[in-house]
Ligand binder design. Structure first.
Ligand code: NDP
Length: 390
């Protein structure tokens, strides 16, 4: 088997480290082109040297001297900043993992597609902010985008060999996050520590908090709409506390295909890494007799207003996803820095969407990267002002 050239953007994070775990198990199959991170220079340098990467990039310019020092004596190039990230994404590679957190992941993903690489897409913000742009870029370059979010990987797998015209609905499951069973009146006082403890999945802090607020699921609903080109009313969310069924696809003959597996991101990452084949993966094999039962319940939109907001975003279309994401990221920063209560995050996103709608006529909402970044910038300012005024 010929060696594949791979790059990992966001290599120091939860998805990035799981990707490296899989690559480490079969080092003869891969040549590592670029590894990127932001603050965690020690991990970035350690992995880049061990995997013999061409280049290691930190997003932070001021950390370049630290990265250089950590790579001293190795053949790995050190680079820093946005231009270096873009350059690394343009280096020829066969497969690129997009696992930077936040809208910062959009540009490297587009650059990777521009050079024709297969993009394993974990960065959910790319599809939410600029679904049309990223899908069009893939099409123009004859490049594949493979979903890595576990729900979207599950849908993708359930659709293999199927005709989209026969799909009636797509159901994505939600664990319900840290506060699934909390009394409503206690949610406002939820602490950062409580929101950062996911019952089933080990993930980065931001997505873990987004799981507790259901903003993560709201993002996934929008991703499903964009990636699979299904209408908003064909997408349902189902609370499934065990996190073993990741998604279901319902067909026009009444059949449903469910994807079942342990809550381990190495499954979805490994599926994207080996696609269109399957290869043995180091994930738990489920003992269904021991598990005994799966449970389901409808989501409560009073508890989780993020789900309603996702539907509004899909109805508005255009750059509403970019507004939604920027407001959500700003509100999340507000919660992490103790400037907002847990329940105020949804309020900030709701008000940002309304205020940005009011100035909508003055914004060019053609989906170009410049317009997405402009709207992202304006929405962050608007959301920040709303937080200050609260
Ligand atoms: P983490 O927070 O664990 O990791 C984020 C990565 O991005 C790190 O490598 C971090 O570097 C880097 N980074 C942070 N800020 C910037 C920036 N401004 N510019 C460039 N790089 C930056 O996140 P996760 O791995 O949990 O998530 C990554 C993405 O995948 C997110 O979009 C998330 O929603 C999505 N996702 C994650 C899942 C999971 O199970 N974790 C599941 C499905 C989707 P450093 O650590 O060095 O500072």
């Amino acid at each position: 088997m010929s060696r594949r050239r791979v790059s990992i953007f966001g290599a120091t994070g939860s998805i990035g480290q799981n990707t490296i775990d899989l690559i480490d198990r079969n080092p003869d199959q891969y040549d590592v082109v670029a590894l990127t991170g932001a603050s965690n220079i020690t991990q970035l340098a350690k992995d880049a040297v061990r995997l013999k990467a061409q280049v290691a990039v930190t997003a932070h310019d001021h950390l370049l001297p630290d990265l250089r020092a950590a790579l001293a004596g190795s053949d790995v190039e050190a680079a820093a900043g946005q231009v270096a990230l873009a350059e690394a994404a343009s280096r020829p590679a066969d497969w690129v993992m997009s696992a930077i957190v936040g809208a910062a992941g959009l540009r490297p993903g587009l650059n990777a597609l521009d050079q024709g690489a297969t993009l394993a897409l974990a960065n959910k913000e790319s599809l939410v902010c600029a679904g049309g742009l990223i899908l069009q870029t893939a099409k123009e370059n004859n490049a594949d985008i493979l979903p890595v979010d576990s729900e979207h990987s599950a849908i993708f797998q359930a659709l293999v060999g199927e005709d989209m015209a026969a799909v009636e609905r797509i159901i994505i499951t939600a664990s319900g996050g840290a506060f699934r069973d909390w009394p409503m009146d206690e949610l406002a006082n939820a602490t950062l520590e409580q929101a950062s403890a996911h019952p089933n999945w080990a993930m980065g802090q931001r997505i873990t908090i987004d799981s507790a607020s259901m903003f993560n699921k709201a993002m996934e609903v929008i991703e499903t709409h964009e990636y699979f080109d299904v209408s908003a009313d064909q997408i349902e969310v189902l609370v499934h506390p065990e996190s073993m069924i990741h998604a279901l696809v319902g067909f026009n003959d009444g059949a449903m295909m469910a994807h079942v597996g342990p809550p381990d991101m190495r499954h979805a990452i490994g599926y994207a890494l080996h696609w269109p084949n399957r290869q043995k993966l180091p994930v738990e094999r489920l003992d269904l007799a021991k598990i005994g039962s799966f449970t389901f319940r409808a989501p409560d939109e009073v508890r989780w207003p993020a789900l309603r907001l996702a539907r509004e975003v899909m109805a508005r279309g255009g750059l509403a996803g970019a507004i939604f994401n920027a407001a959500k990221e700003t509100a999340l920063d507000g919660f992490i820095s103790d400037a907002l209560k847990f329940t105020q995050m949804a309020q900030v996103v709701d008000q940002t969407l309304s205020q940005m709608d009011a100035v909508g006529g003055h914004i060019d909402d053609t989906m170009t990267l410049d317009n997405v970044l402009h709207v992202d910038h304006l929405s962050r300012k608007t959301a920040q002002q709303i937080i200050t005024d609260l």
